[in-house]
Every structure is written in structure tokens, then in C-alpha cells.
Design a protein around this ligand. Structure first.
Ligand SMILES: N[C@@H](CCC(=O)N[C@@H](CS)C(=O)NCC(=O)O)C(=O)O
Length: 207
């Protein structure tokens, strides 16, 4: 019997989209369980850490923390690099993306006025984004080949670059002359047949 996966999250890309992309890139079926905000107060206490996403495996084992879930799936489906030296490159790219996503979420979901948020997003685009892209570009230059971020085949690093740049409204803010490795990874990832099919048919949500 194939393993039964259920991924529970809200109806948005957010912190679950990387795992959804991994399932789709690997061609592995899963239940894409999306809960309404109105259901959440009743469900919260029953989750391992009071937060989503949660991955349930065969109706028993439950895993929380979005990056732990993505890493688990990436390793299960052989999308996490070949050997420890590629795996640590994938890890570094994922953790560097958090250096960008964490401040972005703080602005987007913070209590500032719209005017204040606009200023903070400008500051994000001027400082945070180029710093993170510069750091990731150096990592990609170390081991990326054939348009992939790490090694010579698709990994969770490529999928995470696509998902988290999209989440930070930055997919179009990666000029090829400045960040050739990242720009190539984004292009190569979107062209993978299973990923392309998913991107075409997935639910469209604002976040
Ligand atoms: N570090 C956690 C953060 C999880 C998290 O904050 N999830 C949010 C949605 S993006 C949530 O569950 N919010 C509802 C709540 O905290 O009650 C992860 O990456 O999974």
C-alpha cells in the first residue's frame, strides 16, 4: 500500500506551498487539506504545536514545522541532493531564505498602518532582499550546475527559491545579470514538466 500523506494548512501558499511543490515535483499523491480560519480555533489545540502546517502520515505520525516537513519529504523523495555535501548546500539555501521570509511576514502581517508597511517593504526591497539574494547567489555559484541551484538535478533548494521568492513578492526582482545562478534556477524549476503542470492548475490565493 502506498504511504498516505495529508498536509493540513490554511487556504494559502504560505508555509505549506514548498511541501505541496515537493509532492508535485515528485509526482506523489497527497491530500491537500485546507482549513478555513473559522475552523482554526477548534483545531488548534489538537495540533502538535498549535500551528500549521502539519503533515500526517498513514493517519498516525504527525510532523509539524514547515521546514522540517519539507526536509523530510525532500529526503523521502530523493530531492535533497546527492550526499552530505550537497544536502548541506540545500540546507544553507533554505535557512538563508528564512532570513528574508521572516522579516517579510513580520511586515505583511504586522499591525503597522498601510503607509508604514509601504515604507518597510521599500526598505525590504532595498536592503534585505539584495543581501539574501547575494548570499544565495554565492552558494549557487559553488555547486549549481545545468541551471540547478545545487548539483545537476532538481532539489528542494530550487523549489524553495521559487516558492519563497514568490511568497516575498520577489519572483520578478531577480535580474539575470546580477543573480545568474538564482535566475537560472527559477527558470529551470518552472520548466520542469510536473512543476509546470502544478503551477498552471494550482489554486490561486493572494498569499
Ligand atoms: N515555525 C512554524 C511557524 C508556524 C506558523 O506560525 N504557522 C501559522 C500559519 S503561517 C499558524 O499556524 N498560525 C495560526 C496560529 O498560530 O494560531 C513553521 O514553520 O511551521
Amino acid at each position: 500500500m502506498p504511504t498516505k500523506y495529508k498536509l493540513t494548512y490554511f487556504n494559502g501558499r504560505g508555509r505549506a506551498e514548498l511541501s505541496r511543490m515537493i509532492f508535485n515535483a515528485a509526482g506523489v499523491k497527497f491530500e491537500d487539506d485546507r482549513v478555513e480560519f473559522s475552523q482554526w480555533p477548534q483545531l488548534k489545540a489538537g495540533t502538535p504545536q498549535g500551528s500549521l502546517p502539519v503533515l500526517e502520515i498513514d493517519g498516525k505520525k504527525r510532523i509539524c514545522q514547515s521546514f522540517a516537513v519539507a526536509r523530510y519529504l525532500g529526503r523521502e523523495f530523493k530531492l535533497y541532493g546527492k550526499g552530505n555535501s550537497e544536502m548541506v548546500m540545500v540546507d544553507q539555501i533554505l535557512d538563508t531564505l528564512l532570513d528574508m521570509f521572516t522579516p517579510y511576514v513580520t511586515i505583511a502581517f504586522g499591525k503597522d498602518s498601510e503607509e508604514e508597511k509601504k515604507k518597510k517593504f521599500e526598505e525590504f526591497d532595498t536592503n534585505t532582499l539584495p543581501t539574501v539574494l547575494g548570499n544565495i547567489e554565492k552558494l549557487v555559484a559553488e555547486t549549481g550546475k545545468k541551471g540547478f541551484a545545487v548539483g545537476d538535478s532538481l532539489t528542494v533548494a530550487d523549489l524553495a527559491l521559487y516558492v519563497y521568492l514568490e511568497n516575498c513578492n520577489a519572483l520578478t526582482k531577480v535580474p539575470k545579470d546580477k543573480y545568474p545562478g538564482i535566475a537560472s534556477s527559477l527558470e529551470t524549476t518552472a520548466k520542469q514538466p510536473k512543476v509546470a503542470a502544478y503551477l498552471k492548475t494550482r489554486q490561486q490565493t493572494p498569499f
